[in-house]
Every structure is written in structure tokens, then in C-alpha cells.
Ligand binder design. Sequence first.
Ligand SMILES: Cc1cc2nc3c(=O)[nH]c(=O)nc-3n(C[C@H](O)[C@H](O)[C@H](O)COP(=O)(O)OP(=O)(O)OC[C@H]3O[C@@H](n4cnc5c(N)ncnc54)[C@H](O)[C@@H]3O)c2cc1C
Length: 460
Amino acid sequence: MTTTAPSAHAAPAPEGIGAIDRQRQLEVLQALRAHLPEDCLLVHAEDTRPYECDALTMFRQVPMLVALPRTEQQVVAILRTCHRMQVPVVPRGAGTSLSGGALPHARGVLLSMARFDRIVSIDPLARIAVVQPGVRNLAISEQAARHGLFYAPDPSSQIACTIGGNVAENSGGVHCVKYGLTIHNVMRVRAVLSDGSIALFGSEALDSPGLDLLSVLIGSEGMLAVVTEVSVRLLPKPQLARCVMASFDDVETAGNAVAALIGAGIIPAGLEMMDRAAVAMVEPFAQAGYDLGAAAILLCESDGTPEEVADEVERMEQVLRQAGATGLSVSRDEAERLKFWAGRKNAFPAAGRVSPDYYCTDGTIPRKRLGEVLKAITAMESKYGLRCPNVFHAGDGNLHPLVLYDASDPDSLAFGVRKAFDPAAILNPGKAIPTLPRCAEYGRMHVRAGEQRFADLPRF
Ligand SMILES: Cc1cc2nc3c(=O)[nH]c(=O)nc-3n(C[C@H](O)[C@H](O)[C@H](O)COP(=O)(O)OP(=O)(O)OC[C@H]3O[C@@H](n4cnc5c(N)ncnc54)[C@H](O)[C@@H]3O)c2cc1C
């Protein structure tokens, strides 16, 4: 992505953004050296820079120190030390969070769980996998496939994101409309609390009450424990899956078709929607065979035995036709089904082809109001002059309007809350001081009308 520094008009920086205190860094490093070998601690800027942000690239902060423990005892030691020294700790999995969950703290330790990457056991009879938190989401299904099983929650980032990150974010995905979110598929979590004590949530028995407490810990302020082991529920791999692709000539009708499907008593294995802008962004990249002329397309999956799938696909086609679909096609084989999904799953990376930056918003609304909300988004796009492709988990009513913007354009970056509530910037103006934290990509900085922005500020 082409990026440059945020300006004084940029979105307000979150707490924890600032310069590194070298004296403090040395104190914390020395304290941690007592418990961790040298190759588990990073302090030099060239080593810590790769951790400066997650997938919410709008905010960046190099951590004071990165810890890469290998064992739970080391995690305990890190938390005990940080607790004693009052050092903030931010755990990190693969750094694919779109919410800034893994954004480091300038006075804190970035605790990477990347080395916890072992699948501890798979019990095909109990249908449970015990995994370390740094295991990639997709790796669980890949290993479980040997036993005819799979792990259902499948965020589009599943090739990279970790189960620890999934637990902390309670991640969803295409198949969650039928099989539930992470919290519904996690049975037991072992974690280290902020004072270094070890806690167990849930058990390997179904409907474990301990998970209620886990859902409190996940909370809105970020996970309040460091996950060190997760037991997840595995499901038998359906014998067959087929995907119906439906085209619509307006987004509102497509949104209403989602409600019609659910209203007809159909629970699809996946139900996703992309509008015209999203399809145009994705198709050249994924070559999935999407209808470029449609205002919106729905991808609607059925899985089960061949008989169940045949019956459900027929009912889906019927409802979609009645709801106003202008075109329908059904995947003929597994390769074509995967192709249909490949486009949807690659939609966010494809945004990079049409815009230097994007901001993925995330909100869930009642399914029956999808049509209405999509119409309102279209109206806002023309009102505010923003481009906003829509690609989302329609079956859950979980919208992801992707606001395309150019970080080098201060007016574009200032689209946030301040502009809505305080457009004249009367209250606390200029609080977000230009820090040029994005100068890692300085070489690709935009030059507008022959002038580089903030040329007076020192560069790294
Ligand atoms: C292209 C793309 C597509 C995506 N699609 C989806 C999607 O379909 N559905 C969805 O829900 N999300 C999606 N996401 C968001 C993201 O992938 C998920 O939130 C994912 O769960 C983050 O996992 P991670 O390992 O990258 O965690 P990170 O980004 O590293 O961290 C996320 C949060 O988890 C915490 N954390 C990580 N590991 C631990 C641990 N061991 N203990 C305690 N806390 C921990 C971090 O502190 C942070 O708060 C997508 C992201 C991208 C870039």
C-alpha cells in the first residue's frame, strides 16, 4: 500500500502512542532477561518495527519491547514481571486484527504468541482438538481432515490468523451462520491472568458453564488474559457442499432476499453478499466467474448428504427467484465451489488494487433491515464523496463496509468521529500531533503538486 504520515487532522491517536523511554526499556529488558533467553527479546527498532500495527494500519506504534516466549512458564514470568513493574502487555497472534487489537503500547511489551504453534492432540472419537494459541485457524481443519473432521469458524483470514486471536476477537466467518462463532466452538481455554496466575475456563464437556466467564473476559476492552492452550470442537466434514450464486439488479432486493431465505426456514452453511463495487474489485483478481453486471450477488451454500443438499439447493433457488434474483448458477463440482468462495475470501486484499488504503468497519444489524441499511450506505457514499464497497456475512447481518481512502490526503483520513461531532475542530484541536510513524514506507510517500507534505518535519 502507498502510505504516508498522518497529518494534524488525522484520526485521534489511541492511548499508548508515543516515543519510547530508553531508560525504562533497559530496566524492563534487564528484568525479563532473568527469565528469558536473549533470542526471546527484541528491542532494536529494526526488530520491533514489524510489530508496529495489525491490519488496522491507520494506527502504528513501535513497541518498547517484543517478547517471543516458547513456554507457558515464560508467559507466566513475563506477566509477573510486567505486573510488578506496571508495564502494559499486548498479546499478538498473527496481527490480522482489523480493530487495532494488537496495536502495541509505547510503554509496553508486545507479547507475540507466534511460537505457540503446535497442535497438541486431535481426538477423533471425542472430536476435540487441543491446540496452542499460535496455531493458524486453517491448520486445524487441515490436520483434522485426516479424520474426516473440520473446525467450523472460518474467518476470511483463516490462512494466517491464529486460534488465540480468534478467541480474543470471538471471530466469525462464512460458516458461522450455521455452525456458530468461535465462542460456540471453543470448549476449554487455558490462560495466564495479568498477575501471572493460570486459569482454566470451560471443560471438554459440551455447554461448559466456564465459557460464560470466558465471554466476559473477551469483553470490549480486549482479552483480559493470555491464552496458552485451546480445546476446540471438531465437526464431521459434510459429504457434499454446493454453492448457489444469485445476481440481483439492486442491493436492497438482494438484502431482502437474505431475510426471505432465513424466513423460509433455510439455514445455509454460508450466506455472503458482495455489491457491484466489491465484485468489480475482486473479479479481475480472483477470476471467480462473478456477474459483473449485477448490482449485488449472494453466495449461498448448502452442505450435508447429497440428498439433503439437492433438496436444499432446490428450495434456495425457489426462494431466491421469488425474491427477485435475475440470475442463478450452482457450483457443479468442488473446484467451482471453491472458486466462488475464493473471490469472497480475497475481497479485503483485493481492495489494495483499487485504493491505497481501506478502513474495514464492522457492525451487525437485524437481517431484515439489510436492504434498508445498504441503501443508506449508498446514499452516504454520494453525500460524503467516499467509495465504500460492501462485502459481508449477510446471513449474520454482519456488515463490513470497506471505506476506501488515501492516508496521504488529510481530508480523507479525517472522515472519523471528530468530523461528525465537531467539524470546526473547536474541542481539543491538534491533539493528534504528526509523528510520522508511517515513515517505514517513506520511499513511497506521496508528492502532491510537486510538494512533499510536512517537509519541515524530521524523517527517520
Ligand atoms: C483479510 C482479512 C479478512 C478477515 N476476515 C475476518 C472474518 O471473516 N471474520 C472475523 O471475525 N475476522 C476477520 N478478520 C480479522 C482477524 O483476522 C480476526 O480478528 C482474527 O481472529 C485475528 O487473529 P490474529 O491471530 O491475527 O490476532 P491478532 O491480530 O494478532 O490479535 C487480535 C487480538 O487478539 C489478541 N490475542 C492474540 N493472541 C492472543 C492470545 N494468545 N491470548 C490473548 N489474546 C490474544 C490480541 O491482543 C488482539 O487483541 C479478517 C482480517 C483480515 C486482514
